[in-house]
Design a protein around this ligand. Structure first.
Ligand SMILES: [Zn+2]
Length: 564
């Protein structure tokens, strides 16, 4: 057993190690030979390099949604899966699940004004506020709406937390703090930001209250990034799935700087610091601010079609085959855009995410090639529109090919290690579900140390397609590359990753070249493959850790199966 050479990393392991010493009864980290052989035989340099060479080639022009490159990428992925013995995963055996992406470019007024009892406060576009339309219509407006401060804007039954307390917020503009309560490690995971602390949750939460609009107060410490990032990421075109008509929607989603918010609050005789202090309590109740506002704007709308690609390997176990393990990677990237210094205007997306597609294909092939088919079904799902806001996975989650309560787990791959072999593996999803134990077991079988997110301030767990699955209650496994590279100084890996992010992330220069070392990507894809197999083979489905932010959604999904 290789386990004893490794440092003890958790309470669970301590127990396992002790048991092993006493009774030799601990579960072995050894995986069946045939499974390890398939991982070695099918997850190779060539198996990974070939799809990346194709998908990231100039001919596919960056795989922007609804382009010819997008269609070619989808046909390629579909035919690869077909050749492995997978079958079309969607209705009637279709390989693709089409959906529309709506683009919205809002034209906001240069000045947005707020009316207090004795004072009118104008906010300047870009300098003081940034806003986008919540409606997919050419004209939208807020007419004489009252501002209400709602603290964090969070409803979290598992923490007995409700900032709204049943107040009638219909038609109001909710002013909300960014982030989630972070002063107590037992409350909202302390310093770690949960989904409750993210802007997407805040706007959805406000919409569920029937609010007309929401303003998130930007501060650099609470957002984790400066105002310029809000300006650049919210100032341009936004992308969404088409509105279906009956879901609650805000008319306006806004951000304001801390200084601008202070001026608006003062117009109603309120002090931001006092309001923030009052929000740091379970007893907080919404505070009407005595300030009213109106705003009207126009939107330029566009609509394009793209599709998810899915192949299914039916499970071998008569009972468990009704449950599925979903492997995901997004196939889209940014297409053609502004040229870089070298004149290249193709956003190749080789690491992001031709490499993830290549890994899913290699894993899919290895699983299909096993002498015994896995007990649970396997869905290889290459999703579209990730770079536009996780749209393909969101669409799948809203129109799943299996009921969410029968999706055992999601394993998502977004990016790949191109710098070489590592002694460690990073599990971004660590601490959230029973999948930790599977990841730990496989990492140990590889002789690697499993580490939690090495860049916890970046919120990676909420930034790729696994989030769409977590939101419908499906436990997700999401690894990232290790940082402890064999034969390199301690901080070498971190420097490579940071330099890559600076020079190549979301730029035309993210392309395949001779500098790539595939050894680490092979390790990581094998880790995913072996984990996937263990999930397909386990007697029970994975579970969220009790009290996890997504546990309630899982309970709901299981209850919806009606006793199955
Ligand atoms: Zn990306």
């Amino acid at each position: 057993m290789i386990a004893n050479r490794e440092p003890v990393r958790s309470g669970t392991l301590l127990i396992l190690t002790t048991l092993a010493a006493v009774a030799a009864a601990a579960p072995s980290t050894e995986l069946p030979n045939a499974v390890e052989q398939a991982a070695r035989r099918y997850v190779t340099r060539d198996a990974l390099a070939a799809p990346i060479r194709f998908l990231a080639s100039d001919l596919l022009e960056g795989r922007g949604p609804a382009t010819r490159g997008d269609e070619l990428a989808r046909l390629y992925l579909q035919t690869q899966l077909e050749g492995m013995g997978y079958r079309g995963a969607f209705e009637g055996g279709a390989w693709q699940q089409p959906f529309d992406i709506v683009g919205i470019k809002s034209h906001m007024p240069q000045s947005w004004s707020f009316e207090g009892p004795s004072e009118r406060v104008p906010l300047a576009w870009r300098d003081d506020y940034i806003a986008v339309s919540g409606l997919q219509t050419e004209h939208a407006a807020l007419e004489d709406a009252e501002l209400v401060f709602v603290g964090y804007g969070i409803q979290a039954p598992e923490y007995q937390w409700d900032d709204f307390k049943g107040a009638n917020l219909a038609g109001k503009v909710l002013v909300m703090m960014n982030n989630d309560p972070d002063w107590d490690p037992n409350l909202f995971a302390g310093k770690r930001r949960l989904y409750y602390g993210r802007w997407d949750y805040k706007y959805d939460s406000a919409a569920r209250q029937g609010a007309a609009g929401a303003i998130i107060i930007h501060t650099t410490p609470s957002a984790g990034y400066p105002w310029q990032v809000v300006q650049s990421s919210w100032g341009g075109e936004q992308f969404e799935l088409p509105a279906v008509g009956h879901e609650p929607r805000l008319r306006l989603k806004a951000w304001a700087t801390e200084a601008a918010t202070r001026r608006v609050l003062q117009a109603g005789g309120h002090d931001l610091d006092k309001l923030i202090a009052s929000a740091r309590s379970r007893d907080f109740k919404p505070v009407p601010l005595g300030v009213r506002t109106a705003i009207a704007f126009t939107n330029s709308l566009s609509r394009v079609k793209t599709a998810n690609v899915g192949g299914l390997l039916p499970g071998a176990d008569p009972k468990l085959a009704a449950q599925v393990v979903v492997l995901t990677a997004h196939h889209d990237h940014f297409g053609l855009g502004e040229a870089d210094a070298s004149g290249d205007r193709i956003y190749h997306g080789a690491v992001d995410n031709a490499s993830g597609c290549a890994q899913v294909l290699a894993i899919a092939r290895a699983l299909a090639a096993l002498p015994q088919r896995p007990r649970r079904s396997v869905l290889a799902l290459l999703v579209a529109g990730e770079e536009r806001g996780l749209l393909g996975s969101k669409y799948y989650a809203e129109h799943p090919s299996y009921p969410p309560g029968r999706i055992a787990a999601n394993i998502n791959i977004d990016g790949g290690n191109i710098f070489g072999t590592t002694r460690d593996a990073t599990l971004i999803s660590m601490g959230k579900s029973s999948l930790d134990a599977i990841a730990e077991r496989v990492a140990r079988s590889q002789g690697r140390v499993l580490k939690p997110d090495q860049f916890p301030d970046r919120g990676y767990y909420y930034r790729s397609d696994q989030l769409s699955f977590a939101r419908i209650g499906v436990p997700a496994l999401f690894f990232s590359e290790g940082t402890d590279f064999v034969g390199r100084p301690a901080d070498w890996g971190r420097r490579q990753i940071e330099e890559w992010e600076l020079k190549k992330y979301h730029q035309p220069s993210d392309k395949l070249d001779g500098s790539w070392n595939f050894d680490g990507m092979i390790q990581d894809a094998q880790l995913d493959m072996l984990s996937a197999w263990l999930i397909t083979d386990a007697d029970t489905m994975p579970e969220w850790k009790p009290g996890d932010e997504f546990e309630a959604a899982r309970k709901q999904a299981l209850a919806a199966l009606g006793g199955h």
